[in-house]
Design a protein around this ligand. Sequence first.
Ligand code: NAG
Ligand code: NAG
Ligand code: NAG
Length: 462
Amino acid sequence: MPFPFPFPSTQSTPLRFLGAGAILSLILLSFVVFGRGTTGTYYFASHSDGNGATGYTLKSPSGNIYSPGQCPGSSEDNTSNTNAEWGFRTERDGNNHGLSESQCLAAFPKLFGDVERMMEGRIGGKLITFREVDELARGGGDGLVRGAVKDGELYIIGFGAMPYTFTRGKATLNSLNRALVAFPDRHTLPDIEFVFSTDDFSNGRSPVWSYSKRAEDEGVWLMPDFGYWAWPEVKIGSYQEIRRRIAAVDEGDNNSKSKPKLGIRFKDKKKQLAWRGSVATNSEIRGGLLSASRGKSWASIREINWSDESDVRQNLLPMEEYCRYMFLAHTEGRSFSGRGKYLLNCRSVMISHKLLWLEAHHGALIASGLEANYVEVERDFSDLERKIEFLIDNPETAERIANNAVKTFRDRYLTPAAESCYWRHLIRRYAAACEFEPVLEEIRGGERVARGVSFESWALDM
Ligand SMILES: *[C@@H]1O[C@H](CO)[C@@H](O)[C@H](O)[C@H]1NC(C)=O
Ligand SMILES: *[C@@H]1O[C@H](CO)[C@@H](O)[C@H](O)[C@H]1NC(C)=O
Ligand SMILES: *[C@@H]1O[C@H](CO)[C@@H](O)[C@H](O)[C@H]1NC(C)=O
């Protein structure tokens, strides 16, 4: 039986982010929307459609609110690896996708601030209704995925056309599923129905899950970006592979077949600010960086024209090669820059303009003091030269910032363990903000029909 989801048969994915204009034209051109399947619209039943179909049940009012460690049905705080002495150790725990809730909270105290605020806003106001989720899914455009978690398992209810973001949709569903199957107590997770966007930024409609948001996007729930799985369009493989390649530059590689390679010491890195990229995606910011650094000896900054193959070949810097520079420029594009995670994996100093677009791990960024783990400059880069010169003159300060970035990001907030902790925390907090639970089966014309497909079956149909 074919699944009732429209899948594009081939994907041509450009080496760039989606632009707002592109998104808009895709929305206008597309006729493939949620709910259009080969077998009709049955998976969009709502409480009030008069056919006896519901799609959801309301929760009991007391079922929503809980605090950490008290989630309904949780028994995890009694497991042997959760005790007062447990502390996160990167070598042992960094790749563990199945940490317990209390371990996650202990290891990543700064990861959940935005989710907490989102939940509190809803609990203090109006809980998320099925109708909101339903309307978001129907009206949102191509890049949306509608799914559910039930008894700790993932279901796909709708998958948009995704001419540009197909791999992102797949990557994100795989990441979410990984966070579920790695968690022994997954059956204790609450049941939810959600919609996420695979575009650079969402339409902002509540309660969408999105890779990035601005502070004022009050309806948007942050989720981890697709790069935690893999990012093929820019020739970055799986997250584990790129982390290994980056660590090999900084720490050396004793596993290579040839003789062991030593890592590069911070003081031996090139004393330059590195950046490569397209200016068109955000000419104000990226153009500003180009002007502020033009002709400076401390700058290794080049524009890349992604449509010009020889330009790409000449100027592209493999991601791990960035780590050979002391200073790495971080720039927003159309919204957040997916590259930021990799830059923060290097033992280098990330220099970023003041950010508009937030990601989940940004709660751990510190711009000043002894704990500083990156350097912040103005959005017009007017103080860039002064700050670079200070860092070049004060190499011990620069090295401290680079070491703090490794400790905070590479070895903690940007580990695979943190990513999966975030997914489960999002599920719990989002659930606490919802007044309903999904029902994935309904009666239509006297017959039982499914409202979703299990992730396992869905994955085989691609
Ligand atoms: C946790 O373990 C203690 C001692 O083994 C037991 O008394 C307690 O009831 C357990 N709590 C839960 C929630 O299972
Ligand atoms: C490789 O071996 C050297 C010398 O034993 C050691 O100092 C270094 O930390 C090792 N690097 C890695 C990545 O394990
Ligand atoms: C980029 O390269 C393409 C193909 O060579 C060319 O047509 C286009 O004008 C270039 N764009 C810029 C901004 O230089």
